[in-house]
Structure formats: structure tokens, C-alpha cells
Design a binder for this molecule. Structure first.
Ligand code: GRF
Length: 208
């Protein structure tokens, strides 16, 4: 089994990307991050990639006529690099149906809550944790899911919950959830790289 070729898409600071880079270096999964892509020129995620000598590619949506044209260019980058797995790690663009058709069940995303709760349009960044806090929920967590045409609506691959201390601010919830994310995302990548994930009858089957 050949090591999987991974592309990470990120728009921000990229601490999840860093967790993946560290996991790769530690030999935690049988895959190689061969490129990091961003729609944000100065995303620190790109810098993290460059530090490791990994190609860091940036495209501005402004240089394309449509989302479809932008994603078509992204698909050609993914194709050229023979990407097996696309990991969204804080990538703040919605992928087009055309891209998803081509990369069906080969794109995963990490979401900082226990989906299907606190997901969908508008639930990103600190807003997720503010909503969790306002709801009085006693637990939250992180979810890794396959990406489909909806927002945060794809099949769930892995989830991990944590108890919320009622004194926590939204920022504190965010930082506790991030710690979970940094373990959960490499774990999902590890399972996929080991071919331990199957989709049967539209359900995710994870072989331990
Ligand atoms: C994470 O909370 C992730 O769940 C969400 O965006 C955030 C990205 O953080 N999709 P980072 O850029 O990986 O630090």
C-alpha cells in the first residue's frame, strides 16, 4: 500500500495543519502532506508549510470569474499532484459541487463542535463556541467529517467530546476544543491512510 498523498487546505493560522505536520514527522500516519493550499495570501498556515519545505500554494478568488473557475484551478492542482486525500483545516471557502463530485469521499473537514449540533452556515470560529456557551450545553467537542455539498453536513468519521466547565468563556472553550482537534484530525488521517475507513450504504465504517 503506497503512502497517501495529502493536500491540506487552510485559510488561517493552521494549528491543525501543524498538528498534522508533527504527526507525520512522528510517523503517526502512512501519508505525506505534499502541498498546502490557501485562499488567503498571508495565512500563517502557508508559512508553516514553507518552514517544512512543503509547497505552499496561494490563489486569490479575485483573479477568477466565479467560484467554479477558482475550484477548477484547485482541482487541476490536486490532479497534478495526484492527491489522494484533501484535508480542510480551517479552510473558509465552500467547495463547489464539481470539485466534490471528483473528490467524493476524499475530502475531510474538522469542525469545532459535536455535529450535527452547532454546525452549518455562520457556525465558524469563535461563533461556534459562543453559541455553545449561550445554549448552556454541558459538553462540546470536535468532529471530523467527509465533506459533501452542504455545510458541515457530510458523513461523520470521528467525534470526541469534552465536558464544559460552566465558568469557561467562549475563548476558553475554543482553546480546550482545539486541543481535542489536534489529536482527532491526525487520528482520522491515520485511519484513512491505513485504509481503515469504508463507506457502506452511506454510512462510515471505521475498522479498528
Ligand atoms: C479550527 O477550530 C477548525 O475546527 C475550524 O477552523 C479552526 C482552524 O484553526 N474548521 P487552525 O487554523 O487550524 O488553528
Amino acid at each position: 500500500m503506497a503512502a497517501k498523498r495529502i493536500a491540506v487546505l487552510a485559510s488561517g493560522g493552521g494549528t491543525n495543519l501543524q498538528a498534522l505536520l508533527d504527526a507525520q514527522e512522528a510517523g503517526y500516519f502512512d501519508g505525506e502532506i505534499v502541498l498546502v493550499f490557501s485562499n488567503v495570501k498571508n495565512a500563517f498556515a502557508l508559512e508553516r508549510a514553507r518552514t517544512k519545505g512543503i509547497p505552499a500554494i496561494w490563489l486569490s478568488r479575485k483573479n477568477f470569474d466565479s467560484d467554479e473557475a477558482f475550484d477548477r484551478e484547485l482541482v487541476s492542482i490536486l490532479d497534478e499532484n495526484r492527491i489522494d486525500l484533501v484535508v480542510l483545516a480551517g479552510y473558509l471557502r465552500i467547495l463547489t459541487p464539481e470539485l466534490l463530485r471528483k473528490y467524493r469521499f476524499r475530502v475531510i473537514n474538522i469542525h469545532p463542535a459535536l455535529l450535527p449540533a452547532f454546525g452549518g452556515k455562520g457556525f465558524y470560529g469563535l461563533r461556534v463556541h459562543q453559541a455553545v456557551r449561550a445554549s448552556g450545553e454541558r459538553q462540546t467537542g470536535a468532529t471530523v467529517h467527509f465533506v459533501d455539498e452542504g455545510i458541515d453536513s457530510g458523513l461523520i468519521l470521528l467525534q470526541q467530546a469534552i465536558a464544559i466547565d460552566p465558568t469557561w468563556t467562549a475563548e476558553e472553550i475554543q482553546s480546550e476544543v482545539l486541543k481535542i482537534e489536534h489529536k482527532l484530525l491526525p487520528k482520522a488521517v491515520r485511519a484513512i491512510c491505513a485504509d481503515k475507513v469504508e463507506i457502506i450504504d452511506n454510512k462510515v465504517r471505521l475498522w479498528e
